[in-house]
Write a protein that binds this ligand. Sequence first.
Ligand SMILES: [Zn+2]
Length: 364
Amino acid sequence: MPSGASNGGRSAARGGGAGGAVAGPPGPLWIAALPKAEVHLHLEGCVPPSIVGPAGTGRVGVDPAGADPDAPPAFGDLADFLEYLDRSCALVTHGDQVERIAYAICERARDSGVGHADVIFNPEHWPAWQRDLGGFVARLDAGLAAGGQDHGVTTGLCLSLTRTQPPSASTELVDWLLHARPPRVVALSVDGNEAAAGRTGGRFRPLFERARQAGLHTCAHAGESSGPDGVRDAVELLGAERIDHGIRAVEDPALVADLAARGIPLDVCPTSNVRLGVVPSMAAHPIERLRAAGVPVSVNTDDPLLFGTSVAAEYGTCAATFGWGETTLTRIARTSIESSFADPDRRRDLLQALDDYAGAAGPR
Ligand SMILES: [Zn+2]
């Protein structure tokens, strides 16, 4: 149960009133205590500058006195963003850094009412660990276990391939994963620039099939740097259980109807899409149209420390932008838990906590 999930938090969020719901939009305390999951979160976007030092921030030579050492960086476009990301990850060379990064994920999850997080990691971004992937995952596991214990958060890892990497590199990673089978890794994923890679569903299909047969979950980035075709390929060719982003499905009404009918969830990251120019503004973000059309959507951060956001902040931004009330936010939280790769018992407990929380708020 996340901290603050109490009637006290709810009342304070609404500026008073004993117990039950009162009129007005959900406040930040109510949102932060709403039980939820995060299912689109990259380890690479969770590297605090305070762990990698000033060289990772691009602020070398800047007097840090008085400045927040973990303030989000300034970057211009996608290339700038990726350059920053690689620079900071390359500075993670020691196991204790890996453990601290993992532990901090659980701390931030707790602060946003996230009871379970699926964390995507892409080995390509961690050069110091290319020859010791097992050691990297072991240190991640140690940090996530300690953080989970202290903060009541469960986590799974999704090993991600890169759309543009040589096929032999993808195969090597899947071979390693299926041989090592670290228990913390629960899914195979794929990310990277689809616009640069072209349609790669056919190439990755056998790898996803192998992962599925080995009992792993699957998810895939699509419909961010690719259009509706990318989403279709992720569903039809990769058999992805969830689509990371997927928002450009909105360009094809038949696809939207299909996603809704089949209940395929989209793991949407609103601030990321605005910051990286996928959509022109929050008001123009298609999440509301997709939700209204019956597509299951969840709200996530993508890279919280790079975008200076949190899960609770994303919920708050969507509520303010689209006029979402408690009922809609609870529905979004339900989708996040249902679409998570938490084990069935954990999922059931989180859904129960959500029902208790929503029920206590009274009818809306
Ligand atoms: Zn992503």
